[in-house]
Design a protein around this ligand. Sequence first.
Ligand code: FAD
Ligand code: N01
Length: 536
Amino acid sequence: MSKTQQSFDAIVVGAGFAGLYMLHRLRGLGLAVRVLEAGDGVGGTWYWNRYPGARCDVESMQYSYQFSDELAQEWSWSERYSAQPEILRYANHVADRFDLRRDIQFNTAVTSAHFDDGSNHWDVGTSDGTHLSARFLVMATGCLSTANLPQIKGRESFAGSTYHTGRWPHEGVDFSAKRVGIIGTGSSAVQSIPLIAQEAQHLFVFQRTPTYSVPAHNAPLDREEERRIKADYRGFRARAAQTVFDIDGDFSATPALSVSEEERQRVYEERWRQGGLTYLGAFGDLVLDSKANETAQDFVRQKIREIVKTPKVAEALMPDHAVGTKRLCVDTSYYDTFNRPNVTLVNLRHTPIEEIVPVGIRTSERLFELDAIVYATGFDAMTGALDRIDIRGANGLALKETWSAGPKTYLGIATSGFPNLFMIAAGPGSPAVLSNMIPSIEQHVNFISDIIGHMGERQLSRIEATPAAQEAWVAHVNEVAAPTLFPSTNSWYVGANIPGKPRIFMPYIGGYPVYVQKCNDVAANNFEGFVLSANA
Ligand code: FAD
Ligand code: N01
């Protein structure tokens, strides 16, 4: 502790949407707060993911804050799904509007956080060697903030340029006249492939698992719809909060197999025409019943057959896992891009990558000579950012070891053995990653602020989730996941994309309204499941 230079009431790690709002709320409670951010600007996801085509897949009128009526009324989005530069401008606007920057320290990565049992304070070590101390430590470190570079033999030997979608150069990349290889076909690839293909001399898409994607039908925001929503923005948000994913939309309860084949096709066609994530709301049992799910899969496969002209390529693009159990992709011209003469699909299921060599990528079939490789290979999701910090709780307990068999939390917000530590929207056991994330972030921040406010009023200095409450929550999280189709698919939700990561379905899938009710009940019962004390 002797190295500690500055002391705060709270330290928040990360200046994405979670960190920004957390700072605003804690300041409102009169706390001295310092936000530590590895990047040199605010925005988190939208600061790092500057690849061509990056945009939200929840409509902008919903993928935005609601804590300030003035902000919600005055900000006007240009498109149905805003692109990354506009979302980043919004994050910067929020930082300026609420005068947040003066408490944010940029270019500062947190490397360690050790809890001192005697003082009930966290000692936080940073990349520049300084130490700060605070009673409360809030991890707003992001669910998808730790880029995953696959362990492919020879990766470092490549002589051309390499990029990861989640660490895109700020100045942009010019692919014209370049032979480009992209590895991965998840959401980031689906968004970037159509645009890189327009620019590159040739684009080789290295696909291991084909993906389901539905059209975004992105367009300029309908001003009449904007006016209608803004006339009762709060009501609109409140209605969305009653849906399972906190997304306004029609989520049918009808079982898929209870209607005729003709009616099913009509419904899927209608959803396809609307575009976006609510394709999964076509029927109530799509993620519960594999037979029901197959009908939704078949529909997308048929669309791929219709769009992609070369039958062999269409066949290779057809996914075979349960639709929705990996994040559904939302695209603009993804499948159609494979009709371009300058795009080649490399099916890694038939011809796996053997190694990367200085001139390109060698599969079991041939060498692909490349000028650039784009890794659209995703993230060490949810636990990744926390894992990279040496976090030690009461009695020197390391979080990494505590979670070695799989992460455990109470409400996705706190974990037993780590007093005065909170996680926002990245915590396993939270519904956030399955929901519209900005409202989920606000709900988590409000709950954490209420806890800290409650403690301040009563002069309490320590809070910790009880092992019993945590076990009960973990059991509930597993219980609601078990009957769904999610746990059986290899996805980042279960950690399957990271070799060696314990296989646990991490998000809470009991539904956003159920989760919010649980938090409200916990708060109403003096934060039951937590032990609060004033012993230092
Ligand atoms: P982040 O935005 O990830 O911010 C975390 C911050 O913490 C980062 O700036 C990071 O640098 C910093 N940090 C991490 N570790 C450290 C450390 N050790 N020290 C210092 N700083 C650290 N969700 C939706 O609901 N709808 C969408 O349409 C949507 N689109 C997405 C598109 C992309 C390309 C991606 C990758 C994700 C998308 N998401 C979407 C999820 C998105 O991550 C969340 O919506 C939201 O932006 C997360 O905000 P956050 O503040 O929790 O985390
Ligand atoms: O990452 P992913 P992402 N060899 O993990 C492949 C959000 N998001 O960045 O499936 C070959 O989904 C991997 O293949 P496989 C959203 O929540 C939203 O695209 O493991 N391939 C897969 O195809 C999303 O879910 C938007 O077989 C390898 C791909 O890389 C999350 O962020 C946009 C490989 C990774 O897909 C992550 O999306 C972008 C290897 N060794 C992101 N390793 C919106 O639209 C990995 N892959 C809002």
